[in-house]
Ligand binder design. Structure first.
Ligand code: ZN
Length: 309
């Protein structure tokens, strides 16, 4: 009896054990499916591969030929584009820094409506998800500006109308401060005099972005006693002799001077006088026609740069 009873008890124990193991297995499978189904969402939030490690900000002066296009990438995965260069080349350029799976621009800034700044931005509006645009709002009768305006209306993109004194807080310690045009300079149409001039700063590191602003604006900024001191200066108007006076450079004291310019351009940019002025203030000259894209990375203290050519 004892033997049969203990055999029965053992069979019971084995049955219980099988149930327990099956139960645990089922629970495991449920958890496995739960996690698998959530994996794609988590991947979508992973950092953009193009962002440098241990750096909070990337400022890229894109080589778009004769024109301007500056891509700013923040730690919070924001893409800010200031001007788009003269043509659709900007799309090929952006694709190298923004993954195809997240083709979005958080803010597109038009400094002024000249084709070498505007045309590429029109292509960006067509092919990227642009969340917001910023401009002076000064009308221009050219076909390009009318198309820009039409696309913004059609896509219902919110627009910031800007002027000197406005500060856009992009992130903690990262701000874009608009220095020009001042309200008095607002005229009837968009031109170099009303080009947006802005200072981008992350803690101590600063970039002065001047669009095509001429000497008159440089003088106006000095007279308004604006703190112009910057580590990096985007040289005004592609190095044209109509900008970048020695007096202005002495106020900016740039370590680096970026000239966004096309190879063998018909305007003779950059001018010898501007290059000499930059040498006089010991600024290191970096040119897109000779170096390709010029990429700065900074954590707000350390500033590093590299080029693609
Ligand atoms: Zn220009």
């Amino acid at each position: 009896m004892t033997t049969i009873d203990s055999a029965k008890t053992n069979r019971g124990k084995i049955k219980k054990l099988i149930w327990l193991v099956s139960g645990l297995l089922a629970i495991n499978l449920i958890f496995l499916f739960y996690f698998l189904s959530f994996t794609p969402t988590e991947t979508a939030f992973s950092p953009t591969p193009s962002l440098p490690e241990n750096n909070n900000l990337k400022v890229i002066f894109l080589d778009v030929g004769q024109g301007d296009a500056i891509l700013i990438q923040t730690e919070a995965q924001q893409n800010i584009l200031i001007d788009g260069g003269p043509d659709s080349q900007i799309i090929y350029k952006l694709d190298q820094y923004i993954p195809l799976t997240s083709r979005k621009i958080d803010l597109a800034v038009l400094t002024h409506a000249d084709p070498d700044h505007l045309n590429g931005l029109i292509e960006v509006l067509k092919r990227y998800k642009v969340k917001q645009v910023m401009e002076t709002g000064l009308e221009d009768n050219d076909l390009g500006y009318r198309e820009w305006k039409k696309l913004i209306q059609e896509k219902q993109i919110p627009k910031i109308l800007t002027f000197a004194g406005q500060i856009i807080n992009l992130n903690e310690n990262l701000k874009l401060e608009v220095l020009s045009p001042s309200k008095e300079l607002h005229e009837k149409s968009s031109n170099n005099l009303t080009s947006i001039v802005a200072k981008l700063s992350l803690n101590q590191v600063t970039f002065l972005l001047t669009g095509d602003a001429p000497k008159e604006i440089e003088q106006d900024l000095i007279q308004r006693k604006i703190d112009l001191k910057s580590d990096v200066l985007k040289v005004g108007h592609h190095g044209s002799k109509t900008s970048t006076t020695l007096e202005f450079l002495k106020a900016v004291k740039p370590k680096y001077a970026v000239i966004s310019v096309g190879e063998n351009n018909k305007f003779g940019h950059p001018s010898l006088r501007v290059l000499k002025n930059l040498e006089k203030v010991n600024a290191q000259i970096l040119r897109t026609d000779q170096m390709g894209d010029i990429i700065f990375t900074t954590d707000g203290e350390k500033l590093e740069w590299q080029t693609t050519e």
